[in-house]
Design a binder for this molecule. Structure first.
Ligand SMILES: [Zn+2]
Length: 480
């Protein structure tokens, strides 16, 4: 999900999960935001929010690239003006670290406030953290909603209207009401997203239940038709592996030369380290599908413990993206074997158990998780003679967690896996996730009719078809 330098993950996730709670009465509360963009770098907001507990909050998840935000959080970019409650009484708003402001006295009814978000420092610094903060040029401006929305009582719906100068349009990951206002079901949908202002209409893709808008800048523009051609089947196949999605989604493709992606609840921002071309399509295509895969795995289905579930959140998202590319014919057999080799080579560098990564997650963890997903997919298909596969367990997990409203623990995932085949998933979990036993790579490859070539030190240098070995398991039907 994140490859950027940031903090506040644990806090943000626990707040995120609280937002899914069964507070249906509170969910009826409707906050109202009127956002006005004054180019180049000021966003003016007038809002009416419920802040019954006496707090105005901002997300504590943030990039560390701007000193002001690193120290004081998003409130450092906000100039908060007058705050009044429903009786018209002026309230004092006292900054409280990186999390927001405490109001005094405690408000009576909804609070009205006015504030400005100033992106000038980020612009002056050349848009550091383009995926996690903001980015802009003459034709596109993006901003993370974490920086833009001061919120009140957590589980509430919002109506958001956004005005931009003539010649610009708003592109948001929310559906519009007939009035033109965006309808945002929860605070999480409000703040854990991106917002864009564009000179030209976004490229639209409809797939898997999502209405996707793609905004692209710089070196992405020449390949935007290829992005569209890749996203349509890729999203449909990802949805088939998890569940049908619903609503608007925003894809932001930025020209900063740096490899990374940051996924939000219904949006992601992505950058690559060299201009995207058809020759490199399998690589950036995989990242596109990885980031959108967090719509299901990460933004909705999420482990109860963040750090110890990243092998699943990142690794299984990598595997689903690989399989979607393979099934869609956007990755060929030779490219898939090379990708397997890269997964194996990165997994060889894993220094901790998959389930105990400490504070770091990186390519070895992602790749180990992806190879465990492959291992289970191959074994499930093998023992059921192709009647079941890993996707059946993902469907089950989606249902069992109520579409991600309830976080999963290992017994939930084990039950979902066990619904597909009678295999020793507890043993695998003890060996490969909590322990450091190496995954049975050679056995898994042999089932696929493949073998690993190793150098003198034992590192896998190539994955090759095994001569004369009929694959016992085919991930993709051979008829395509
Ligand atoms: Zn990810």
């Amino acid at each position: 999900m994140a490859h950027g330098n940031r903090i506040g993950v644990v806090l943000a996730m626990s707040w995120a999960l609280a937002d899914f709670g069964p507070s249906s009465a509170a969910a009826q509360v409707v906050n109202r935001y009127r956002v006005h963009w004054r180019p180049p770098s000021t966003l003016e907001v007038t809002a009416t929010v419920r802040a019954d507990d006496g707090w105005l909050r901002m997300s504590t998840t943030r990039p560390l690239d701007l000193p002001a935000i690193e120290k004081a959080g998003w409130p450092a970019l906000v100039r908060l003006g007058r705050v009044r409650d429903a009786t018209g009484r002026a309230l004092a708003a006292t900054p409280s670290g990186d999390s927001g402001w405490q109001l005094a006295p405690r408000p009576d009814g909804a609070v009205s406030l006015h504030y400005e978000l100033d992106l000038g420092a980020a612009q002056a610094a050349g848009w550091p953290a383009p995926r996690e903060l903001a980015w802009g040029d003459d034709a596109l401006q993006t901003v993370v909603a974490r920086a833009l929305f001061v919120s009140g009582t957590a589980p509430s719906a919002s109506r958001v209207t956004v005005s931009v100068p003539p010649g610009w349009q708003v592109v948001a990951p929310w559906t519009r009401a007939a009035t033109g206002a965006f309808r945002v079901p929860t605070t999480l949908d409000l703040t854990e997203n991106l917002l864009a202002f564009a000179r030209t209409a976004p490229t639209r893709v409809r797939a898997g239940g999502l209405e996707v808008a793609v905004v692209a800048a710089g070196h992405w523009r020449p390949v935007v038709a290829d992005v569209r051609a890749l996203l349509a089947p890729g999203i449909a196949r990802s949805a088939a592996m998890w569940a049908r999605a619903q609503g608007a989604y925003l894809v932001v493709l930025l020209p900063t030369l740096e490899r990374g992606g940051e996924a939000y609840r219904a949006s992601f921002a992505m950058t690559v380290d060299s201009a995207p071309t058809l020759a490199t399509r399998a690589r950036w295509g995989h990242t596109l599908l990885h980031e959108i895969g967090h719509y299901w795995n990460g933004s909705r289905v999420a482990g109860a413990d963040y750090a110890s579930s990243q092998w699943f959140q990142e690794g299984f998202t990598d595997y689903v993206a690989s399989l979607a590319m393979l099934e869609g014919g956007q990755q060929d057999d030779a490219g898939w074997r090379d990708e397997l080799q890269r997964y194996i080579a990165r997994y060889e560098r894993l220094a901790t158990p998959l389930g105990q990564p400490g504070t770091r997650k990186g390519p070895p963890l992602y790749s180990g998780g992806a190879l465990l997903a492959l291992t289970w997919d191959v074994r499930i298909r093998s023992v059921t003679q192709g009647r079941a596969r890993l996707a059946d367990a993902l469907h089950q997990l989606w249902r069992d967690t109520d579409a991600g409203r309830r976080p999963w623990n290992w017994p939930d995932l084990r039950a979902a896996l066990a619904s597909t085949a009678a295999l020793d998933f507890d043993g695998d979990y003890a060996r490969y996730v909590m322990g450091r036993a190496p995954l049975p790579i050679d056995d898994v490859l042999r089932h696929l009719g493949l073998g690993a070539e190793r150098d003198s030190t034992g590192h896998v240098t190539r994955v090759v078809p095994l001569e004369g070995v009929h694959p016992a398991v085919r991930l993709v039907p051979p008829t395509r």
